[in-house]
Design a protein around this ligand. Sequence first.
Ligand code: UTP
Length: 293
Amino acid sequence: MKVRKAVIPAAGYGTRFLPATKSQPKEMLPIIDKPTIQFIVEEAVAAGIEEILIITNHQKASIENHFDRSFELEYFLQKNNKTEELKIIQRISSLANIHSVRQKEQKGLGHAILCAKTFVGNEPFAVLLGDDVVVSKVPAIKQLCDQYEQTKSSIVGVQQVELQNVSKYGIVSPIHELSDQFRLTEINSMIEKPAIEQAPSRLAVLGRYVLDPHIFSLLENQTPGSGGEIQLTDAIKRLMPKRKVFAYQFEGRRYDVGNKLGYLEATVDFALNRDDLKEDFFQLLKEKVYRND
Ligand code: UTP
């Protein structure tokens, strides 16, 4: 069965970006001039996803508004002959069928995914987290969806991280070693934010999943885990004795925009890649670096 639906959890408090996230969602923080969540939605659309559910909370109406039409703004742009801007604005609201549901209490990522149960129904679905923006030839979530077509099993997207960083992520225990040639392996365990000595590998789950709908029955009775939260990782681990779960080492440059340094790096790299900015921005960076020497 083709993966047609995607879930984007965006109901967290975004505490690492306080005070910016006190009254605005971290998913609306822009990389230059585009909110991070738009990069994520565009990735899903480029992968052929038809229906997208964003998990929000009561303070995140700006996410819903961003993907809706804004007739007033469109009228203003049209009246003032701002044709390019008008095109950009109209494109956003026609990207895909975007729905939203509110997570009433922030009980963790696993609980946020459970809020998508009715939307997903009984079909495989993709999950994309906004903290990980990936630049790649083939959209990262498409790479996983393509693997799903072969394996018909849940797949988590992984990449190697530095050993000192394993305790920031969900870490998988692979059956086979992965390399650039062999990117897919079945996994036999998974642990959320392990201490360095407990990590079964350096393969970290980086915000992309394709999941079997059976995960919902496990999430329904999942007890809180790491950080007192209902963890998706724990439910996936409980799925393993019942259904195979694979890890796929996706190709692409991933930016951890959920932390400040990763966010700054993404901003710099994206600016250096934009025709309208790269020359002036490079000049500016050179001057700054030179002055700080
Ligand atoms: P994070 O822990 O990275 O996001 O959760 P956060 O809680 O928003 O940010 P920090 O750590 O406090 O800075 C991973 C993803 O899961 C979502 C978040 O929005 C993020 O996309 N999430 C987390 C929920 O939707 N609901 C939750 O209860 C927790």
